[in-house]
Each structure stands twice: as structure tokens, then as C-alpha cells.
Design a protein around this ligand. Structure first.
Ligand SMILES: [Zn+2]
Length: 153
């Protein structure tokens, strides 16, 4: 009986958690998330619903370690964590294009479990530091990204 009650509580918590938007502590990131939701609708996905799977999208001074992820987090600029229903973005200087690519990158890990892709992509392991790279190539990069999201959904 106790176990059933516990399972029901967990289930209810999961459902209720999925009903509210995540807390975002950075206005630039909030705008990027709005863009992302719009881009999701381009491929027939409901970004407004998807985003509710997250509780937090936080720009932080250091990326927290995950429970099963104890390796060094130096050099890591973003991390998505299902356990805490959070995406963490390292606070540092980004160009607007870099920040957008980074937020999209982490959202794809979190929502669709998409793995790292080729060097030039939004899903590449490392962020590009070339000035203007994301801005100048965004249309193409977005197309590749959305195709991956569509396949992985
Ligand atoms: Zn990644």
C-alpha cells in the first residue's frame, strides 16, 4: 500500500512538473528559447509542451557535476541533466550566435538524446570560436539540426 502510494506520488509529481515552464535566469537565453520553440513548430513539434520537461535553464559560474558524471567539467560550456531537469550554461563571453548554438545544442541533448555530430554542426562536441560562424551559417546549421530533431523524436 505504501509502495503504491509512493508510486502514485511520483507519477503525479512527474505530471505536475510537466505543466509549468522552466525558470530561466538570463533574458538573452529566454529569447533564444522562444526562437527554439518556434523552430520546433516548423517540424511539427510542440515546443511549448516540450520545454515544460525542464525545470531550470541556468547560466552559472561553474557547471555542477552530475551524479554519474564525475569527470572534470573544466572546458565544458553547457550540460543538460535529466536528474535535476536542468540545463546549465557556463557564464563567459559569447557572441549572440554562439550562445544561441549552445542553448540549441543542450536542448537537443535533453529533449531528444541527440549525440554529438560533425565538427561544423550545432551538435559538434566543441563550440566554434570563429567570429560570425554561427550568424553567417545559421540557416544551414539550423536545417541540419532540425533534421536531426525530426529523426530522433
Ligand atoms: Zn554536447
Amino acid at each position: 500500500m505504501l509502495i503504491i502510494g509512493f508510486l502514485i506520488a511520483l507519477f503525479l509529481r512527474a505530471i505536475l512538473n510537466d505543466r509549468k515552464d522552466p525558470e530561466i535566469n538570463n533574458s538573452e537565453v529566454s529569447l533564444i528559447v522562444e526562437d527554439w520553440k518556434r523552430d520546433m513548430s516548423e517540424i511539427g513539434l510542440d515546443g511549448d509542451q516540450l520545454i515544460k520537461r525542464l525545470d531550470y535553464i541556468l547560466v552559472v559560474d561553474s557547471i555542477p557535476h552530475g551524479f554519474l558524471n564525475q569527470q572534470k567539467t573544466r572546458d565544458i560550456m553547457g550540460r543538460s541533466d535529466w536528474g535535476s531537469r536542468s540545463i546549465y550554461i557556463l557564464s563567459r563571453g559569447y557572441s549572440p550566435g554562439q550562445l544561441k548554438a549552445l542553448v540549441y545544442h543542450e536542448l537537443a541533448h535533453y529533449m531528444f538524446d541527440i549525440k554529438h555530430g560533425k565538427k561544423h554542426e550545432i551538435m559538434a562536441t566543441y563550440i566554434k570560436e570563429e567570429p560570425g560562424y554561427y550568424r553567417l551559417n545559421w540557416d544551414y546549421l539550423l536545417e541540419v539540426y532540425l533534421e536531426k530533431c525530426k529523426q530522433a523524436r
